[in-house]
Ligand binder design. Sequence first.
Ligand code: AMP
Ligand code: FE
Ligand code: FE
Ligand code: ZN
Length: 280
Amino acid sequence: MAIDLHTHSTVSDGTDTPAELMAGAAESGLAVVALTDHDTADGWAEAAAAVPATGVALVRGAELSTVHEGVSVHLLAYLHDPGHPPLVAALEASRRSRDGRARRMVEKIALDYPLQWEDVEAHAAPGATIGRPHIADALVTRGYVEHRSQAFEHLLAGSGPYYVRYESPELADMVRMVRDAGGVPVLAHVRASGRGRIITDADIASLVAHGLAGLEVDHRDHTEADRAHLRILAAELGLLITGSSDYHGTGKPNLLGENTTEAAVLAQIEAEGALDVIRP
Ligand code: AMP
Ligand code: FE
Ligand code: FE
Ligand code: ZN
């Protein structure tokens, strides 16, 4: 009954199509998988169509880009209405900002390493939210780096010379908006300090009043100490605890099902969410 609540497809920056992801979930022995592409629900229909053939249940979700006091925070949303107008508008704004930002990063990189926007587009599915991983793929193709992770070490690093920020909505507003859309908001990899600055425990506590439902505790970017700390914090705040792979296909080493979530937690998420889990 393994449950993995955080994965990406080609609709954002994963390398499996939604259908391939569902097939991979079956091969990995998962009973339930959540598709949580960055800032979009565009992969839901294809993943849902693969439920009967793969026998894997689908949780429809998304990973939303937000910011709090200059710190980038990823917010998982589960079982929300993807047509909720304020959410549609917020995600559209995020995607537009991401697109302009990706183009500016390519322009900056191209001054030192010949590269064109078309090289990057070639690595993204039509309509996909273009992010640094697609730029990384173009850098690999051009032979400047060997793999995505190497691109992130310097050329694409947040502290690096080519990094450009993008605009995202305020974290607390997004927590509330996900609830307003009938969804269940869970903070993704909130202690992953390798990705940049992180928010404080007090920040996390203040989100409870806005409707925060849970914390992603078991994630490969968290140390054992991070996990132990978050387990205590979640207990204190009455928050759900999830564990997930953050699978991105061949773009990252993360493997489907490497961290999992308890069935009782999924049951609570489903009870609170506007949509049902799609079962075979
Ligand atoms: P962006 O959202 O465009 O700023 O890019 C961030 C995305 O890059 C994250 O969602 C990850 O999927 C991916 N990423 C971050 N670090 C790495 C890495 N070291 N190797 C591969 N992908 C990464
Ligand atoms: Fe990603
Ligand atoms: Fe994330
Ligand atoms: Zn993710």
